[in-house]
Design a protein around this ligand. Structure first.
Ligand code: KG4
Ligand code: ZN
Length: 355
């Protein structure tokens, strides 16, 4: 195929992201509108507010991405890619309607993108050389906690997922429990605030159980669980009558939470590595992406696991491409269009869409 250029639109959750990426793996432009300030007073994302904010801002974010690239959509864009799911229904609907209307009006091919595939494939854009398939991937975000083997574009085996809360939800709820103000700006939010104070805490001060440690041999035991961990932290506060105005107490609780979450992730990844070995899948890397993958402690623990125990590189996109953005959607559009995976203009959003 000759070189082509993709406009990508992401509105599955609370960030309105648009970007232009081409088949030579260049990010030509990127624009994003964050909604943190809108949701912080409620302590979490309010779907209706998120939806109306996308509705207001998406046209401007599309305009900004085109202006930054100095591109004319009719002349310079070949393909429109837009997140189709999973995510908040009304939010997805907004972006998808815009993407479909643009593509249909301009007679451009349309690609409906799976948000989690987009998180996984971003690692193939941001490395000097695209990470070859197959790779093991851990996707950790506000909506999902997934362990997958990526065999190729549109070809994944799901090894594990959370049976209750996602890891991002657990970070967010624990941050709320500790009454932490959100960190501001890109890469901010409640999870980042918890990471910040956890750095200075003592992870051994309190004892909490590591989730799901029974019977490590069974495949379904690659599933994860994070709601109990949040409850354990909440119980510590009640049972010991801990004073949340004491910064040391908050730091130690945050640190205990983060250490336990990391141990849980590494336990499950070990099982996944072992499963791949048994199946004789020759992995090239461990890819970790999604908003929580911007966490430095998680990155360094997973790096030790992958390099020291399995002799594989850990690959994480840069933090601003781990959280939701338009680049990951445009890039997935490139990957899919290359192999002819194009969608009809009538596609609907898929709020719950298995990968
Ligand atoms: O991928 P993402 O931007 O949106 C979803 O698709 O969900 O992930 C957002 C999640 C939120 O729960 C947020 O608090 C968390 O990622 N997060 C972090 C950090 N930065 C963002 N969690 C822990 N440490 C961080 N540094
Ligand atoms: Zn995401």
């Amino acid at each position: 195929r000759s070189p082509f250029t993709v406009l990508g639109i992401e509105t599955s959750c609370d960030d309105t992201g648009v970007a232009i990426v081409n088949s030579d793996r260049q990010i030509i432009s990127e624009a994003i509108h964050l909604q943190q300030q809108l949701h912080e007073p409620y302590g979490g994302i309010v779907p209706n507010l998120a939806m109306s904010s996308h509705q207001q801002n998406l046209p401007l974010v599309i305009r900004e991405a085109l202006d930054k690239a100095n591109m004319d959509i009719a002349r310079d864009i070949d393909v429109v890619a837009v997140t189709r799911g999973p995510g908040l229904p009304a939010c997805l609907g907004n972006g998808l309607s815009a993407g479909k209307a643009l593509a249909a009006a301009l007679r451009k091919p349309l690609i409906g993108v799976h948000h989690m595939e987009a998180h996984a494939l971003t690692a193939r854009l941001t490395q000097p050389i695209p990470v070859p398939f197959p790779f093991l991937t851990l996707l950790i975000s506000g909506g999902h906690t997934l362990i997958l083997v990526a065999h190729g574009v549109n070809n994944y085996t799901q090894l594990g997922t959370t049976i209750d809360d996602s890891i991002g939800e657990a970070y967010d709820k624990t941050a709320r429990l500790l009454k932490l103000p959100w960190l501001k700006g890109r890469g901010g939010g409640p999870g980042a605030a918890l990471e910040r104070i956890a750095e200075k805490g003592d992870p051994k001060k309190y004892k909490v159980p590591i989730p799901m440690t029974k019977d490590k041999r069974r495949k379904e035991e690659m599933d994860l669980s994070f709601s109990g961990l949040k409850t354990s932290i909440s119980n510590l506060i009640t049972n010991y009558n801990l004073d949340l105005d004491d910064e040391d107490v908050k730091r130690d609780l945050a640190s205990t939470f983060q250490k336990t979450a990391i141990t849980h992730l590494t336990d499950k990844l070990e099982l996944a590595f072992r499963w791949c070995r048994e199946k004789d899948i020759k992995l090239t890397a461990l890819v970790v992406s999604g908003g929580v993958a911007s966490n430095k402690s998680i990155r360094s623990s997973l790096e030790s696991l992958a390099t020291e125990r399995y002799n594989l590189p850990l690959i994480c996109p840069p933090p601003h491409l781990c959280t939701d953005n338009g680049v990951m959607v445009a890039w997935t559009g490139v990957e899919r269009f290359r192999i002819g995976l194009v969608d009809e203009y009538i596609i609907d959003h898929l709020p719950r869409w298995p990968i």
